[in-house]
Ligand binder design. Structure first.
Ligand SMILES: [Zn+2]
Length: 275
């Protein structure tokens, strides 16, 4: 599933083609939102933003299209002349003079009044968006120390969108590894330095992934992994999808655990249980 950084990059690509551009046609193909076709067809896109893994496409008629791609949804941006025959179900299409922006296959798509965004059932439960400027390491540190979170396991806290919106599976493994936090540890069991490292790495790695298109290691490190013949999904990260390979920091074999059906990769030495 795409995580916050990937959704925000998609929003950037789409914004570039739609916001402030003359949109010639908007077609809503998905039955749950089709009743808004007429009003939306006469509108322009005024802004696009993300909240965690959700995207909010705002129209100047006062409506917002809420979409969450889950596993299958995809946004595409193509020249209008490019034909796409890939068997996916088209949900919404935006045509400008030169470009076609399309949303495919997503099933979690709704049209809501822009003024009601904050009370949307998914949005209202979200914690701070980790990519938002206001979500600083200090804010994350305060949350780790707060009553609601201090007694929860790192592995489940990191996927809880009401804690930090936008962190998903690969970022979870990477953040915990880079900060030396054992997946089974709870914030209350960790030293202040360790919690601070956790908060700082959460912010740093999400921003890095957003800026680099999904890398959570420096480019040189990824390139060395590529030269060693590692798979793409392994050399782009420090531990995620590196199970069975040596940890890049200490050489210990990276271990995979499957928790609640989601894989978590970690280094038993770098992320030793701390008391
Ligand atoms: Zn290690």
């Amino acid at each position: 599933m795409p995580e916050g950084p990937e959704i925000r990059r998609a929003a950037d690509r789409i914004s570039k083609r739609l916001v402030g551009q003359e949109i010639e046609a908007i077609q809503l193909h998905y039955p749950p939102i089709q009743e808004f076709q007429q009003v939306v067809a006469e509108s322009q896109v005024s802004s696009i933003s993300t909240r965690g893994k959700a995207m909010l496409t705002r129209f100047d008629c006062g409506l917002t299209m809420y979409s969450h791609n889950q596993l299958y949804g995809r946004w595409t941006v193509n020249r209008r002349s490019t034909e796409l025959n890939w068997g996916r179900a088209l949900r919404a299409e935006f045509l400008t003079e030169g470009y076609a922006v399309r949303l495919w296959s997503a099933t979690d798509v709704e049209m809501i009044p822009s003024s009601d965004e904050e009370s949307h059932p998914f949005i209202s439960r979200l914690g701070p968006d980790v990519l938002d400027e206001s979500c600083t390491p200090e804010v994350i540190m305060e949350m780790l120390d707060g009553k609601r979170h201090r007694n929860r396991k790192a592995s489940s806290l990191m996927l809880d969108q009401s804690f930090l919106a936008g962190v998903g599976n690969y970022l979870r493994s990477e953040i915990l590894h880079q900060s030396g936090v054992n997946p089974h540890a709870k914030p209350k069991d960790l030293s202040e330095d360790r919690r601070r490292a956790w908060a700082e790495e959460a912010k740093r790695l999400c921003v890095m992934s957003y800026q680099t298109g999904g890398l959570t290691v420096p480019k040189e490190v990824a390139e060395k992994g590529k030269e060693r013949g590692e798979r793409r999904r392994s050399y782009r990260h420090a531990v995620f999808c590196r199970n069975g390979l040596p940890c890049l920091s200490c050489g210990t074999e990276v271990v995979r655990e499957v928790i609640g059906g989601r894989r978590l990769d970690f280094c038993p030495s770098c992320q030793r249980t701390e008391t």
